[in-house]
Structures are given as C-alpha cells and as structure tokens.
Design a protein around this ligand. Sequence first.
Ligand code: ZN
Ligand code: ZN
Length: 213
Amino acid sequence: MSAASPLRSGAASSDARRPAVNPWRVDLRELGRRAGSMHELDRSAPAPDDWRVELIGVPAGTEVHLRLRLESVMEGVLVSGEIDAPVTGSCARCLEPIEDTLSLDVQELFAYEGSTTEATSEEDEVRRIEGDHLDLEPLARDTVVLALPLAPVCTEDCAGLCVDCGQRLDDLPADHKHEIVDARWAGLAAKFGTDASTSSPGAPGEGPTTEEN
Ligand SMILES: [Zn+2]
Ligand SMILES: [Zn+2]
C-alpha cells in the first residue's frame, strides 16, 4: 500500500523511479558511451496489437518480459539476452486453443548516429540509436514474429479432425470410423436430391451407429 515502497526495491529502482512513458524505450544516458560499460535491464512491456501471424500471436497488451544486457561498444550498443512472450492461438490440425510462452534469445547491435556501422549500412540493415534512446520494440517484434509457427499444433502428434464428422480424433476412440454409404444408396440419394443425403443419420440401416452417441 505504501507509495514509497518502489524506491526501496533495490535493483529495479532506477527503472521504477522514472515513470516510463514507453517501456520499450531505453534511456542510454545512464549507460554512457564509454566502451565496456554495461547495464542490465529486467522489465516487462505490453505487446502491441500486430504481433501475430495467421493462427497464433501475442495477445495485445499482454506483458512481454525482457531480460537484456546493454553493452556499450565502439559502434553503438550491443543488446543481448532473452525475451519471453506469451502466445495464444489455435492448432492448425484440430483447432484446439493453444497457450504457450516463447523464450527467445536476442543479440543485436544498435548503431550510433554517425558511426561507421551506420554510415556503411543500408537504412533497413541496421538498428539505430535515436539520440540518447533506443527502441526495443522493433527488435522484439521481429524476433517474436519470426519465431511464430505458421502451422502451430496442440501436440506434436495431433491427429487432427475426422474428415467425416469433424470431431477431434484424439478425443475419439482409436477405432472411430463411419459406415461408408453403400454405392447403391448413394445413387438413390442423388436421385432424391440433397435432402436424402443430409437426413441420412435417421435413415434405416444407420441406426445402430448413431445410437451409440
Ligand atoms: Zn491439435
Ligand atoms: Zn468421425
């Protein structure tokens, strides 16, 4: 309850004291430009709303955890460490909801304005330091989005859905199967139009199988 308590919390105090307008932005003034100086950063930042691919992504606003080391080097600041991002989505085979946390390693150089690295690199080839700040969001975004699977699965051996009834095969008995409609009935169904085939669960002869459910 005490408003003063954040000031006493040791290592996190330098981050906590300064109300961060944007937790993705890092103030480099404390780190300084002397090569070899280092700063550890441990904070959470809310995910923007575009960290996703088709079936899976980081829900907007959820906390992404950053554990990074910022190292002053000749050309800029070397950022390395780990990013933990919660992801939710659905299985590409059976559509079950998926929840997971991605833990990803990062290592990237942010170049100083006017450094040789910046001068000799194309605009989109290198991350840049803006004044005395760097923005971690594009780095985190690229790292996370590149790691998102295009076809996520609930389990490695997910069997998917039954092509006949659309139920999840892993939830069904191993011997689950459907009576194949006899070719003669199929012909009859065609003759009477689509109604005959859609009402087939109630048709005589199929009774025993549907009764089991
Ligand atoms: Zn699945
Ligand atoms: Zn089925």
